[in-house]
Structure formats: structure tokens, C-alpha cells
Ligand binder design. Structure first.
Ligand code: FAD
Length: 102
């Protein structure tokens, strides 16, 4: 593949806002969340998203999550295993409520 094509595919996309629409507990430790993502266009199977959370004091934490929904589905679904001493997964797979924005 030509170098310019590779660089084009690796281009970093801008951060966008996601709003939690729905949460479904799959097991005691795993939860699927459905997100409405600003300006979302169809994804390809196998893609992941980078989720960035910002605390009130400005501290940020970023983690990757595989997209669990199909490209034809409405909303972006992520299934998250809660790591009890983790920074991000206890929020996404625990505290997060429908209507939360990140
Ligand atoms: C491309 C990609 C896709 C991913 N997709 C998903 C996904 O669909 N669902 C999902 O739940 N996670 C997924 N992950 C993992 C996710 O990005 C986070 O690493 C995970 O949620 C833990 O983040 P945390 O902030 O809660 O824990 P951290 O604060 O990063 O870690 C806390 C402690 O837990 C340990 N730890 C971290 N991850 C795990 C783990 N999986 N099992 C056991 N111990 C761990 C760390 O070593 C550390 O000691 C993916 C990662 C990548 C790179």
C-alpha cells in the first residue's frame, strides 16, 4: 500500500461527544452500553473506539473498546468488563447512567 494511503488511514479523527442511551448488565461484571455519538457514520466490523473521560479537575483517562454492534445498528454498543481497581471500566460498567455525556 502506498505510504500516503497508510498515513491517510492512520489520520487521527477529532474527539466527539457521546451520550449514554441505554445500559444493560450482561453479567455481574460486564455491561453493554449503547451510545449516541455526535456525527457518527457507519463503522466497519472489527473497529474499536477510544473513550476519553475528563474529571472535573481536568484529569483525563483514555481507553480503547471494541464496537460490539453491527454497522447497520442504531447507536454504538460497547461491552465492558469491570476491573475493580481500574480507572475507567468501573465507571463505564458501573456508575454510568443513561444521559451521561463524555
Ligand atoms: C483495541 C482494544 C480493544 C479493547 N476492547 C475492550 C472491550 O471491548 N471491552 C473491555 O472491557 N475492554 C476492552 N479493552 C481493554 C480496555 O481498553 C481497558 O484496558 C480496560 O477496560 C481496563 O481499563 P481500566 O481503566 O478500568 O483499568 P486500568 O486502570 O487501565 O488498569 C487497572 C489494573 O487492572 C489491570 N487490567 C487492565 N485490563 C485488564 C484486563 N482486561 N483483565 C485483567 N486485568 C486488567 C491493569 O494491569 C491494572 O493493574 C480493549 C483494549 C484494546 C487495546
Amino acid at each position: 500500500m502506498a505510504r500516503t494511503a497508510v498515513l491517510g488511514r492512520l489520520r487521527r479523527l477529532p474527539w466527539v461527544t457521546a451520550t449514554a442511551r441505554d445500559v444493560v448488565d450482561e453479567t455481574a461484571r460486564a455491561r453493554t452500553i449503547t451510545l449516541d455519538v455526535e456525527g457518527w457514520t457507519r463503522h466497519r466490523p472489527g473497529q474499536h473506539v477510544d473513550v476519553r473521560l475528563t474529571a472535573e479537575d481536568g484529569y483525563q483517562a483514555q481507553r480503547s473498546y471494541s464496537i460490539a454492534s453491527g454497522p447497520e445498528e442504531d447507536g454504538v454498543k460497547l461491552t465492558i468488563d469491570r476491573i475493580d481497581d481500574g480507572e475507567v471500566s468501573p465507571y463505564l460498567a458501573g456508575a454510568l447512567q443513561p444521559g451521561d455525556v463524555f
